[in-house]
Design a protein around this ligand. Sequence first.
Ligand SMILES: Nc1ncnc2c1ncn2[C@@H]1O[C@H](COP(=O)(O)OP(=O)(O)OP(=O)(O)O)[C@@H](O)[C@H]1O
Length: 249
Amino acid sequence: MTGASLVVTDLRVEFSGFVAVGGVSFDAHPGEVRFLIGPNGAGKTTCIDAVTGLTKATGSARLGQTELLGKQVHKIVRRGIGRTFQTASVFDELTVLQNLDIAAGLHRRSVSLLRARRGIDPSIERALEETGLTGELTTPAGILSYGQKQWLEIAMLLVQDAKVLLLDEPVAGMSQDERTATGELLQRIAAKRIVLVVEHDMDFMRRFATRVTVLHQGKVLSQGTVAEVQADPQVQEVYLGTADAITEA
Ligand SMILES: Nc1ncnc2c1ncn2[C@@H]1O[C@H](COP(=O)(O)OP(=O)(O)OP(=O)(O)O)[C@@H](O)[C@H]1O
Protein backbone atom coordinates (compact mmCIF):
# COMPACT_ATOMS: atom_id res chain seq x y z
CA MET A 1 0.00 0.00 0.00
CA THR A 2 1.42 3.42 -0.99
CA GLY A 3 0.21 7.02 -0.93
CA ALA A 4 -1.39 9.28 1.62
CA SER A 5 -4.45 8.29 3.62
CA LEU A 6 -7.58 10.32 4.24
CA VAL A 7 -8.06 10.75 7.97
CA VAL A 8 -11.26 12.37 9.25
CA THR A 9 -11.29 13.22 12.94
CA ASP A 10 -14.15 14.54 15.08
CA LEU A 11 -15.99 16.01 12.10
CA ARG A 12 -18.93 18.20 13.10
CA VAL A 13 -21.51 19.96 10.95
CA GLU A 14 -24.42 22.02 12.22
CA PHE A 15 -27.26 23.54 10.22
CA SER A 16 -28.85 26.38 12.23
CA GLY A 17 -28.34 24.50 15.48
CA PHE A 18 -29.27 21.08 14.06
CA VAL A 19 -26.34 18.68 14.43
CA ALA A 20 -26.19 16.76 11.14
CA VAL A 21 -22.72 15.30 11.84
CA GLY A 22 -21.77 15.11 15.49
CA GLY A 23 -18.13 14.11 15.85
CA VAL A 24 -17.45 11.53 13.15
CA SER A 25 -14.03 9.92 12.73
CA PHE A 26 -12.92 7.46 10.08
CA ASP A 27 -10.01 6.87 7.75
CA ALA A 28 -9.53 5.51 4.25
CA HIS A 29 -6.35 4.18 2.69
CA PRO A 30 -5.26 3.63 -0.89
CA GLY A 31 -5.89 0.01 -1.80
CA GLU A 32 -9.29 -0.36 -0.16
CA VAL A 33 -12.88 0.26 -1.22
CA ARG A 34 -14.19 2.06 1.84
CA PHE A 35 -17.92 2.33 2.45
CA LEU A 36 -19.96 4.84 4.43
CA ILE A 37 -23.45 3.48 5.04
CA GLY A 38 -26.44 4.34 7.21
CA PRO A 39 -30.15 5.06 7.09
CA ASN A 40 -31.61 8.17 5.43
CA GLY A 41 -30.46 11.35 7.12
CA ALA A 42 -27.54 9.65 8.91
CA GLY A 43 -25.13 12.34 7.69
CA LYS A 44 -23.25 10.45 4.96
CA THR A 45 -23.54 13.07 2.19
CA THR A 46 -22.88 15.85 4.68
CA CYS A 47 -19.56 14.17 5.56
CA ILE A 48 -18.57 14.19 1.89
CA ASP A 49 -19.78 17.78 1.50
CA ALA A 50 -17.58 18.77 4.45
CA VAL A 51 -14.47 17.01 3.11
CA THR A 52 -14.93 18.64 -0.31
CA GLY A 53 -15.49 22.12 1.12
CA LEU A 54 -19.14 22.46 0.13
CA THR A 55 -20.28 22.60 3.76
CA LYS A 56 -18.60 24.29 6.70
CA ALA A 57 -17.37 21.89 9.34
CA THR A 58 -15.13 21.69 12.38
CA GLY A 59 -12.73 18.94 13.32
CA SER A 60 -10.19 17.69 10.84
CA ALA A 61 -10.01 16.02 7.43
CA ARG A 62 -6.44 15.40 6.36
CA LEU A 63 -5.05 13.95 3.20
CA GLY A 64 -1.58 13.00 4.33
CA GLN A 65 -0.22 16.14 6.03
CA THR A 66 -2.68 18.49 4.33
CA GLU A 67 -5.68 19.78 6.26
CA LEU A 68 -8.66 20.10 3.93
CA LEU A 69 -11.19 21.74 6.22
CA GLY A 70 -11.27 25.49 5.74
CA LYS A 71 -9.86 25.34 2.20
CA GLN A 72 -11.91 26.59 -0.75
CA VAL A 73 -13.63 24.01 -2.97
CA HIS A 74 -11.34 24.55 -5.99
CA LYS A 75 -8.22 24.26 -3.82
CA ILE A 76 -9.49 20.95 -2.44
CA VAL A 77 -10.08 19.76 -6.03
CA ARG A 78 -6.50 20.76 -6.88
CA ARG A 79 -5.27 18.67 -3.97
CA GLY A 80 -6.70 15.67 -5.80
CA ILE A 81 -10.04 15.21 -4.05
CA GLY A 82 -12.80 14.37 -6.55
CA ARG A 83 -16.43 13.52 -6.01
CA THR A 84 -19.54 12.43 -7.79
CA PHE A 85 -23.09 13.40 -6.87
CA GLN A 86 -26.23 11.27 -6.50
CA THR A 87 -27.29 12.46 -9.95
CA ALA A 88 -24.69 12.15 -12.70
CA SER A 89 -23.47 15.60 -13.72
CA VAL A 90 -22.10 15.19 -17.24
CA PHE A 91 -22.77 17.39 -20.27
CA ASP A 92 -25.50 15.40 -22.05
CA GLU A 93 -25.15 17.16 -25.41
CA LEU A 94 -21.37 16.65 -25.60
CA THR A 95 -19.65 13.39 -26.56
CA VAL A 96 -17.80 11.20 -24.10
CA LEU A 97 -14.48 12.51 -25.44
CA GLN A 98 -15.60 16.15 -25.20
CA ASN A 99 -16.68 15.61 -21.60
CA LEU A 100 -13.30 14.09 -20.78
CA ASP A 101 -11.44 16.86 -22.62
CA ILE A 102 -13.19 19.44 -20.46
CA ALA A 103 -12.31 17.49 -17.33
CA ALA A 104 -8.67 17.26 -18.44
CA GLY A 105 -8.61 20.99 -19.21
CA LEU A 106 -9.00 21.76 -15.54
CA HIS A 107 -5.34 21.03 -15.06
CA ARG A 108 -3.90 22.18 -18.36
CA ARG A 109 -3.07 25.50 -19.94
CA SER A 110 -4.78 26.51 -23.20
CA VAL A 111 -1.70 25.67 -25.34
CA SER A 112 -1.50 22.10 -24.12
CA LEU A 113 -5.28 21.82 -24.43
CA LEU A 114 -4.99 22.83 -28.10
CA ARG A 115 -2.18 20.32 -28.59
CA ALA A 116 -4.25 17.62 -26.94
CA ARG A 117 -7.15 18.18 -29.34
CA ARG A 118 -4.98 16.92 -32.24
CA GLY A 119 -5.07 13.47 -30.67
CA ILE A 120 -6.46 11.73 -27.64
CA ASP A 121 -4.57 12.62 -24.53
CA PRO A 122 -2.91 9.56 -22.94
CA SER A 123 -4.62 10.30 -19.62
CA ILE A 124 -7.99 10.22 -21.42
CA GLU A 125 -7.09 6.97 -23.18
CA ARG A 126 -6.19 5.37 -19.85
CA ALA A 127 -9.42 6.58 -18.22
CA LEU A 128 -11.48 5.27 -21.15
CA GLU A 129 -9.82 1.88 -20.91
CA GLU A 130 -10.15 1.72 -17.14
CA THR A 131 -13.88 2.52 -17.25
CA GLY A 132 -14.65 0.42 -20.32
CA LEU A 133 -15.83 3.42 -22.35
CA THR A 134 -13.29 3.22 -25.18
CA GLY A 135 -16.00 2.20 -27.66
CA GLU A 136 -18.18 5.19 -26.74
CA LEU A 137 -15.73 7.97 -27.63
CA THR A 138 -18.09 9.78 -30.01
CA THR A 139 -21.35 8.92 -28.24
CA PRO A 140 -23.23 11.91 -26.84
CA ALA A 141 -23.25 11.49 -23.05
CA GLY A 142 -27.03 12.00 -23.04
CA ILE A 143 -27.67 8.66 -24.72
CA LEU A 144 -25.33 6.59 -22.53
CA SER A 145 -26.95 4.08 -20.19
CA TYR A 146 -27.33 5.16 -16.58
CA GLY A 147 -24.34 3.02 -15.60
CA GLN A 148 -22.18 4.39 -18.40
CA LYS A 149 -22.95 7.95 -17.27
CA GLN A 150 -21.68 7.15 -13.79
CA TRP A 151 -18.57 5.55 -15.31
CA LEU A 152 -18.03 8.68 -17.40
CA GLU A 153 -18.14 10.75 -14.22
CA ILE A 154 -15.57 8.43 -12.67
CA ALA A 155 -13.46 8.65 -15.86
CA MET A 156 -13.57 12.47 -15.55
CA LEU A 157 -12.13 12.18 -12.05
CA LEU A 158 -9.43 9.80 -13.28
CA VAL A 159 -8.47 12.23 -16.05
CA GLN A 160 -8.06 14.89 -13.38
CA ASP A 161 -5.78 12.45 -11.58
CA ALA A 162 -7.94 12.46 -8.45
CA LYS A 163 -6.18 10.73 -5.59
CA VAL A 164 -9.35 10.48 -3.55
CA LEU A 165 -12.69 9.56 -5.15
CA LEU A 166 -15.76 10.25 -3.03
CA LEU A 167 -18.71 8.56 -4.71
CA ASP A 168 -22.26 9.33 -3.60
CA GLU A 169 -24.55 6.36 -4.31
CA PRO A 170 -22.76 5.33 -7.52
CA VAL A 171 -24.95 2.29 -8.25
CA ALA A 172 -28.41 3.77 -7.57
CA GLY A 173 -30.61 2.99 -10.56
CA MET A 174 -28.12 0.56 -12.16
CA SER A 175 -28.88 -2.91 -13.49
CA GLN A 176 -27.36 -5.93 -11.70
CA ASP A 177 -24.71 -6.32 -14.41
CA GLU A 178 -23.83 -2.62 -14.20
CA ARG A 179 -23.51 -2.92 -10.41
CA THR A 180 -21.07 -5.79 -10.75
CA ALA A 181 -19.08 -3.95 -13.42
CA THR A 182 -19.01 -0.85 -11.18
CA GLY A 183 -17.81 -2.84 -8.16
CA GLU A 184 -15.02 -4.36 -10.21
CA LEU A 185 -14.13 -0.93 -11.58
CA LEU A 186 -13.91 0.49 -8.05
CA GLN A 187 -11.63 -2.36 -6.99
CA ARG A 188 -9.31 -1.63 -9.93
CA ILE A 189 -9.31 2.11 -9.25
CA ALA A 190 -8.69 1.59 -5.53
CA ALA A 191 -5.42 -0.20 -6.20
CA LYS A 192 -3.72 3.19 -6.50
CA ARG A 193 -6.24 5.62 -5.01
CA ILE A 194 -8.57 6.17 -2.09
CA VAL A 195 -12.15 5.20 -2.91
CA LEU A 196 -14.89 6.12 -0.45
CA VAL A 197 -18.42 5.06 -1.38
CA VAL A 198 -21.63 6.34 0.19
CA GLU A 199 -24.22 3.69 -0.49
CA HIS A 200 -27.67 2.38 0.40
CA ASP A 201 -27.33 -0.84 -1.54
CA MET A 202 -26.42 -3.44 1.08
CA ASP A 203 -25.82 -6.23 -1.41
CA PHE A 204 -23.31 -4.04 -3.27
CA MET A 205 -21.64 -3.09 0.01
CA ARG A 206 -21.34 -6.74 1.09
CA ARG A 207 -19.76 -7.73 -2.22
CA PHE A 208 -17.22 -4.96 -2.63
CA ALA A 209 -16.44 -3.23 0.69
CA THR A 210 -13.10 -3.79 2.34
CA ARG A 211 -14.08 -1.76 5.43
CA VAL A 212 -17.32 -0.08 6.42
CA THR A 213 -18.33 2.81 8.65
CA VAL A 214 -21.97 2.81 9.72
CA LEU A 215 -23.43 6.22 10.55
CA HIS A 216 -26.64 6.79 12.47
CA GLN A 217 -28.06 10.18 13.42
CA GLY A 218 -24.77 11.93 12.71
CA LYS A 219 -22.59 9.56 14.73
CA VAL A 220 -20.48 6.49 14.04
CA LEU A 221 -22.50 3.46 15.10
CA SER A 222 -19.99 0.82 14.05
CA GLN A 223 -16.80 0.36 12.00
CA GLY A 224 -14.93 -2.61 10.66
CA THR A 225 -15.03 -5.29 8.01
CA VAL A 226 -18.34 -6.28 6.45
CA ALA A 227 -18.48 -9.33 8.74
CA GLU A 228 -17.77 -7.21 11.82
CA VAL A 229 -20.45 -4.58 11.18
CA GLN A 230 -22.99 -7.23 10.15
CA ALA A 231 -22.42 -9.00 13.46
CA ASP A 232 -22.81 -5.78 15.48
CA PRO A 233 -26.14 -5.92 17.38
CA GLN A 234 -26.45 -2.10 17.28
CA VAL A 235 -26.23 -2.16 13.49
CA GLN A 236 -28.76 -4.95 13.26
CA GLU A 237 -31.11 -2.95 15.46
CA VAL A 238 -30.88 0.16 13.26
CA TYR A 239 -31.48 -1.85 10.09
CA LEU A 240 -34.01 -4.29 11.58
CA GLY A 241 -37.28 -4.35 9.72
CA THR A 242 -36.03 -2.34 6.75
CA ALA A 243 -35.99 -3.72 3.23
CA ASP A 244 -32.22 -3.35 3.29
CA ALA A 245 -31.71 -5.38 6.46
CA ILE A 246 -27.97 -5.61 6.79
CA THR A 247 -27.88 -9.33 7.43
CA GLU A 248 -29.99 -10.26 4.40
CA ALA A 249 -28.35 -12.83 2.16
N1 LIG B 1 -28.27 22.22 3.87
C1 LIG B 1 -28.93 21.66 4.88
N2 LIG B 1 -29.66 22.39 5.74
C2 LIG B 1 -30.30 21.83 6.78
N3 LIG B 1 -30.29 20.51 7.05
C3 LIG B 1 -29.59 19.72 6.22
C4 LIG B 1 -28.88 20.25 5.10
N4 LIG B 1 -28.26 19.21 4.47
C5 LIG B 1 -28.57 18.10 5.16
N5 LIG B 1 -29.37 18.41 6.21
C6 LIG B 1 -29.89 17.47 7.19
O1 LIG B 1 -28.78 16.81 7.77
C7 LIG B 1 -29.10 15.43 8.00
C8 LIG B 1 -28.08 14.56 7.29
O2 LIG B 1 -28.31 14.66 5.87
P1 LIG B 1 -27.46 13.85 4.81
O3 LIG B 1 -27.96 14.22 3.47
O4 LIG B 1 -26.01 14.02 5.09
O5 LIG B 1 -27.86 12.36 5.16
P2 LIG B 1 -27.53 11.03 4.34
O6 LIG B 1 -27.05 10.04 5.33
O7 LIG B 1 -26.65 11.34 3.18
O8 LIG B 1 -29.00 10.65 3.87
P3 LIG B 1 -29.50 10.02 2.47
O9 LIG B 1 -29.05 8.61 2.50
O10 LIG B 1 -30.99 10.16 2.59
O11 LIG B 1 -28.89 10.84 1.36
C9 LIG B 1 -30.53 15.23 7.53
O12 LIG B 1 -31.40 15.33 8.64
C10 LIG B 1 -30.75 16.38 6.57
O13 LIG B 1 -32.11 16.75 6.53
